[in-house]
Design a protein around this ligand. Structure first.
Ligand code: MG
Length: 388
């Protein structure tokens, strides 16, 4: 494999840190050109020094001085603000962009990278949730491939290698079920942020861990899969698989099902996206089937996990509805993390916001940004009625 020059947007988050661990294992194959972070200036500085980045961006402009003072003596160029991310990501020195920012805020820079024809390793699923139709058509227009990083989507992508374009009849998207899979509604009603952050299988950032606990994450992933693999959403089936060993499966018209397996470790799908189509070695835990003993499956329960049902509604409505749902979810998840609302208030706020923002059937990018702002405002208003 020829050496790849990469940009990591959101390098101090969970995916960003694990991506740099992949790079650490293959220093001869990857050059880190650009690192960006929102707030964590100390980690950004140490990453930039360790990997010899050429450029870094700290989005929080109040931390610029601190980062610049630490890095400029080492001839690393330092910038501030989201506008700088959007400019630098288009640079000639970059082959591939890993988008590992959290939430809707990742959309603008992802679009900038796609328009510059960069290969995208996509970890920011909210980009496709909010603007899937637009982002997919831009990716085709500018010849910018989108390689999935989300473990389920990497699994589907891996299952499709060697399928010679055979028609997919169904995608089986696996879900761990989160920490409350076996809990009844009354008990789930009283859960704390700490309990929700204690995910049984995956080591992830706070936002996606709460999304896993509500199962909204699986709804976001159905939408993500629908755009990545250009399939009818009805063909994507969610199945709860608590061991999280099968990362997802593809079923073909002859009934054959191809699955991708491994111990849950995000470094594997991150690495596959960065090295595709090559497969590299990885220092991780390998499967022991006799030790596993059994793998189990069950249907998802939208009664105990209403956020998943709302996601299904948003998918069938289409248009800007997934964007509305996503914005409301971001507001509600933050409020839950701050202990201002209860667990089921998250789905309550999403439902009220989905009903309260104007529906647009075929939004352009401008409309998506406007919808996002309106939905954030509406969700904050709705939030007030749910505060403890
Ligand atoms: Mg996932």
């Amino acid at each position: 494999m020829e050496k790849r020059r990469i940009a990591i947007l959101g390098s101090t988050g969970s995916i960003g840190r694990q991506a740099l661990d992949v790079v650490r294992q293959h220093r001869d194959l990857f050059d880190v050109e650009l690192l960006t972070a929102n707030n964590n200036s100390a980690l950004l500085v140490s990453q930039a020094l360790e990997f010899g980045a050429n450029n870094v961006v700290i989005c929080n402009e109040s931390k610029y001085e601190e980062v610049a003072e630490a890095l400029q003596p080492h001839f690393i160029k330092v910038f501030a603000g989201m506008k700088s991310v959007c400019d630098l990501v288009t640079g000639d020195g970059i082959d591939m962009v890993l988008t590992a920012m959290v939430g809707f805020s990742g959309l603008e820079s992802t679009v900038a990278a796609i328009k510059a024809g960069k290969a995208i390793a996509l970890a920011n699923k909210e980009t496709l949730v909010a603007a899937g139709a637009i982002v997919s058509s831009l990716s085709r227009k500018h010849g910018a491939p989108i390689l999935p990083v989300d473990s389920e989507h990497s699994a589907i992508f891996q299952c499709l290698q060697g399928s010679h374009g055979a028609k997919i009849s169904r995608i089986h998207l696996t879900a761990s079920g989160g920490p409350f899979r076996t809990w009844d509604k009354e008990k789930i009603c009283k859960v704390t942020p700490a309990e929700a952050l204690n995910h049984p299988r995956w080591n992830m950032g706070q936002k996606v861990t709460i999304d896993s606990a509500t199962m909204m994450n699986k709804g976001l992933e159905v939408i993500e899969a629908r755009w990545l693999f250009d399939t009818d959403p009805d063909m994507i089936k969610v199945v709860v698989h608590p061991q999280s060993v099968i990362h997802s499966m593809v079923e073909f018209e002859d009934g054959a099902v191809i699955a991708q397996l491994g111990y849950p470790d995000m470094r594997e799908p991150i690495q596959y996206a960065l090295s595709y189509p090559e497969r590299l070695s990885l220092d991780n835990r390998k499967l022991d089937f006799a030790e596993l003993g059994e793998l189990t499956f069950q249907a998802p329960d939208t009664d105990r996990f209403p956020a998943l049902g709302l996601a299904f509604e948003a998918i069938s409505a289409g248009g800007n509805m997934p964007c509305i749902m996503n914005a409301a979810n971001e507001v509600a998840v933050n409020a839950f993390l701050e202990n201002r609302i209860g667990f089921y208030d998250i789905s309550g706020i999403i439902e009220e916001t989905m009903a309260g923002v104007d529906f647009v059937g075929e939004p352009d990018l401008e409309t998506i940004f406007m919808t996002n702002r309106e939905a954030l405002d509406k969700a904050r208003l709705n939030l007030n009625r749910h505060l403890r």
